[in-house]
Every structure is written in structure tokens, then in C-alpha cells.
Design a protein around this ligand. Structure first.
Ligand SMILES: [Zn+2]
Ligand SMILES: [Zn+2]
Length: 151
């Protein structure tokens, strides 16, 4: 087992687990570490494939339950994807998404104007808005230039 005490991210993780009475296991730690490392907004399946390399005996169910627990306690976010598998977002700060409708890739982007979007006075049915996120749908660079092979 490696020494994680120097890593502030894992220190935070351990603190959050303690707050929520969640046992810190090496598997949970690995899932969290891989999630935070990922910029792909991975599905449970993608994360299972990654974590399995380090923990060959881990079950899909464990990965799935762990990720949902992380989302429940606000350690990670769930991305609004309509239909298809749930996608997880380790970036819980205010940011926006570029969503490729061709390959399904979701990229983060930051924009001050979008961060301060004005919410209309009359949101229907007395709905109280807590946060807002802008999702720009389109075609990513890779999908619009499929033949593009780097030199
Ligand atoms: Zn794409
Ligand atoms: Zn994101």
C-alpha cells in the first residue's frame, strides 16, 4: 500500500468519508482517485474497467454502489444525460459543458458570463433555482475531422 498521507485530495476524501460515516477502503479510495483523475465524465462501466486493472476482484456492483454513494453525499456530481448510462462529474465547482452529440464526449469549460446567468423573475410554478449550467451541444473536433491523423 502506498503512502497517501501527503496527498491533500485524499486527505479531503478521508475527511468527507468520516463525516458521512463511510468506511475508507482501498477500493473506495481507488475509485475516487480515478474519478478525480478523469476528464471524461465517466460512466460506471468505464470506471469499472479502469479500477479493475488495479483491483481485479472488484465487482461491478461495488463500483456502481460506491459511485452512487459519492454522488449522494456530494463528493461528485451526476451529469444530466437523457437516456443512456449515468455520467459522473468529479468537478463539483461551477462549470459548463460541451456535449458532442456524435461520440457522447462531454468536456468542461468555464465562462464568467455563464456563471452569472440571470435567472428570469418568473420561473414557472414557484421553482427556486439553486444553480444553473449551460450545456452546448455540437460536434467535437475529432468527430468533425474523422480523417485527421496527427503527423
Ligand atoms: Zn465527438
Ligand atoms: Zn463537468
Amino acid at each position: 500500500m502506498q503512502n497517501n498521507s501527503a496527498n491533500p485530495l485524499l486527505q479531503d476524501f478521508i475527511e468527507t468519508c468520516k463525516t458521512h460515516n463511510l468506511k475508507v477502503t482501498p477500493q473506495r479510495m481507488a475509485i475516487y482517485r480515478e474519478l478525480v483523475d478523469s476528464t471524461e465524465h465517466p460512466t460506471v462501466d468505464a470506471m469499472f474497467q479502469t479500477v479493475k486493472k488495479e483491483y481485479p476482484n472488484i465487482s461491478y456492483d461495488t463500483v456502481s454502489r460506491t459511485m452512487l454513494t459519492f454522488a449522494e453525499i456530494g463528493m461528485v456530481d451526476l451529469v444530466e444525460v437523457y437516456g443512456g448510462a449515468k455520467r459522473f462529474d468529479p468537478n463539483v465547482t461551477n462549470h459548463h459543458h460541451l456535449h458532442c452529440v456524435s461520440c457522447g464526449k462531454i468536456l468542461d469549460f468555464h465562462n464568467d458570463e455563464y456563471n452569472n446567468l440571470e435567472i428570469p423573475d418568473h420561473v414557472p410554478q414557484g421553482f427556486k433555482v439553486l444553480t444553473s449550467r449551460v450545456v452546448l451541444k455540437g460536434i467535437c473536433n475529432k468527430c468533425s475531422n474523422p480523417g485527421n491523423v496527427s503527423p
